[in-house]
Structures are given as structure tokens and as C-alpha cells.
Write a protein that binds this ligand. Structure first.
Ligand code: XIL
Length: 319
């Protein structure tokens, strides 16, 4: 009964999962299954800014260190997630910007320090970093975040340069959702990546989150999208795949879900650029979906009791 990681190894791709550190601490089955099935792990939350620096200058690296240690013990690589994002920022930072006590010049120094400190801490231990996360809107315009408002669009190139200086060997990624296929948003990333690389900015990868929902259909032109980033000389990766549905589950929905997992995996395996395929949790026991998308769920390859769903079989069959 081969594990996903064993099959992935033969197929020449990494198979990963987001890891919930509370579950890892409490649940033996979760620890065992995470080690058995996956050869890449991503911190679901504990490397985000609000987790690592909850108060200004006060760091909490413990859960992130624990994940890095777990990965090493189980022969897994780590994807770092994420350095620059508009969400899950510490309160001291967002309120300081809002009340004007942190001005733009200071904020730029704070961002530089954050990136440098975190990337250096895990230097040599993180294979790929999601340097910037979710910087475009659906129409391809830059997201109106505090980063854009306070620092202007150059914050993106700066973030990659600072991350590269802190760990020159880590592969540095852009990352977003709704960019599986060719559309306005993925095209904005393509144009950005092309321009940054022409300017010598160290951006090496395009991360496609892959949060799908069966009621919205499967995205168009996924292979073409991966191919165009590959043609820029970049790596690609599926970084957060899950396939949610409107509950309750039935056999038809489960079959559709399985086919979506399989089609994303096939796209990755069919693209030379695509080096890893990561699911955003593998058991419904700990999935983020029900808490965020009302009435939806069952988005992962295993049910709440670690039972293998058709989606698990589809991944296994595809590898
Ligand atoms: C989610 C986590 O899964 C949740 O536990 C948390 O409450 C919110 O963030 N895109 C990303 C991830 O890049 O970091 C998000 O993770 C899901 C969407």
C-alpha cells in the first residue's frame, strides 16, 4: 500500500500539505499520517507575521521551529509561508499605520527587518518561500493593501531582494488564488514576473494556491498557464490545493472533487516547471474551509476520521 510520498518520489515531484501545529501537538494520527504521506510541509499559520511577532520586537518562533524540526526528522522539505501579505498582520503594525504612529519610511524598515529576520532564522532549512502573497485583485490591478498604499508598488521587488539577501539559496515565489488558468489575474502575475526578472529581481517561482470549489467549475487553460511561466525560466507549484463543495456530501460531488484534484495534479506532472503539489490540509478534521465558507466543506482528500475519499484515490492514481 504505497504512500503518496513514495509515489511522488518516483514521479519526480514533491507532495506536500499545510500543517496545523495544534493538531500536530495533540493528535498522534495526524503526526503519523503527515509523516507517512507527505514529503513537503507548509506552516498553515505559524510562520505568518502575526504569529512570529505578536508584539513589536517580541518574537515567538516556537511553533515554527517545531515544524522545521518535525520536517527534518521525517525527511521532508519546508515551504515558507508567507512574508508579505495584507492578512494576518500583527495588531501593533496595522494599528500603528492606521493611527499614523508608524509612517511610510519606518514601515519600509519594519518590513525589511521582518523579512530579513525570518528568512535568516530558517536559512538553509526552507526550500521555497512565498515571499509575497495575494498582491493582485481579480481584474489584474494591484491590491490596495497597506503595502501598496504606504510603500508604492516597489515593495514587491524590495521584498524579493531582501529575502534573497537573507538566504540566497531559497527559491522565492509569488503566490495567489484564482490563478490556476489563464485569466486577468494570472496574466498580471505573468507580466510582473517577466518584468521583475528582466530587471534582475530574484523571483524564481509562481505559486498557484488552487483553492477550488466544484460549484464554480474547473478553471480553463491550466496547462497553458503553467507553460508560460515555465517559458520565463520559472518554477511553478500548486501550493494550497483544496476542493470545497456545498454540503452535504454525496457520491456525485465526491467524484467531481476527485476529478478536480486529479486534473490539477495532472497539470503539474505535465509541466516541467512544476516541482511540487501541496494540499491545504489533507483531512476534513482540520480544514479551514467550513470556518470561512459558510455551508461548504469536505474539501480535502480524507474525511474527519482519516478515511480515504475518492480524491485520495485520484491523487494516488495520478502519481
Ligand atoms: C488560512 C488558514 O488555513 C486559516 O487557518 C487561517 O485562519 C486563515 O488563513 N490563502 C493563504 C493561506 O495564503 O495562508 C490561508 O490560510 C488560506 C488562503
Amino acid at each position: 500500500d504505497p504512500s503518496l510520498r513514495r509515489l511522488a518520489d518516483r514521479a519526480g515531484v514533491r507532495i506536500g500539505t499545510a500543517v496545523d501545529m495544534n493538531a500536530l501537538a495533540e493528535d498522534r494520527r495526524y503526526r503519523g499520517t503527515t509523516a507517512r504521506e507527505f514529503d513537503s510541509v507548509t506552516a498553515e499559520n505559524v510562520m505568518k507575521w502575526e504569529s512570529v511577532e505578536p508584539q513589536r520586537g517580541v518574537y515567538d518562533w516556537k511553533p515554527a521551529d517545531d515544524l522545521v524540526r518535525y520536517a527534518r526528522a521525517h525527511g521532508q522539505v519546508v515551504r515558507g509561508h508567507t512574508l508579505v501579505w495584507h492578512s494576518q498582520l500583527p495588531g501593533w503594525l496595522t494599528s500603528g499605520v492606521a493611527d499614523g504612529s508608524i509612517g511610510s519610511a519606518e514601515l519600509r524598515g519594519i518590513l525589511r527587518n521582518h523579512i530579513t529576520t525570518e528568512v535568516k532564522r530558517y536559512k538553509g532549512k526552507i526550500q521555497q518561500w512565498d515571499v509575497v502573497n495575494e498582491v493582485f485583485e481579480e481584474d489584474g490591478s494591484l491590491r490596495n493593501s497597506i503595502w501598496l498604499q504606504e510603500l508604492g508598488p516597489s515593495y514587491i521587488a524590495d521584498a524579493f531582494r531582501w529575502a534573497h539577501a537573507a538566504d540566497p539559496k531559497a527559491k522565492l515565489f509569488l503566490n495567489d488564488y484564482n490563478v490556476e488558468g489563464v485569466n486577468a489575474k494570472s496574466t498580471a502575475y505573468y507580466e510582473l514576473a517577466k518584468r521583475l526578472r528582466a530587471e534582475g529581481v530574484p523571483v524564481q517561482g509562481f505559486g498557484i494556491q488552487g483553492h477550488l470549489a466544484i460549484q464554480y467549475g474547473f478553471p480553463e487553460q491550466v496547462a497553458e498557464n503553467l507553460a508560460r511561466f515555465g517559458a520565463l525560466g520559472m518554477r511553478t507549484a500548486f501550493t494550497e490545493v483544496d476542493v470545497r463543495m456545498i454540503l452535504p456530501v454525496d457520491a456525485t460531488k465526491s467524484a467531481t472533487q476527485a476529478s478536480y484534484f486529479r486534473k490539477l495534479l495532472d497539470a503539474c506532472l505535465g509541466a516541467r516547471s512544476c516541482t511540487s503539489f501541496t494540499v491545504w490540509g489533507y483531512t476534513d478534521r482540520y480544514s479551514w474551509v467550513p470556518g470561512v465558507f459558510g455551508g461548504q466543506g469536505a474539501a480535502t482528500p480524507m474525511d474527519e476520521e482519516y478515511g480515504r475519499k475518492p480524491a485520495y484515490g485520484a491523487l494516488r492514481a495520478g502519481l
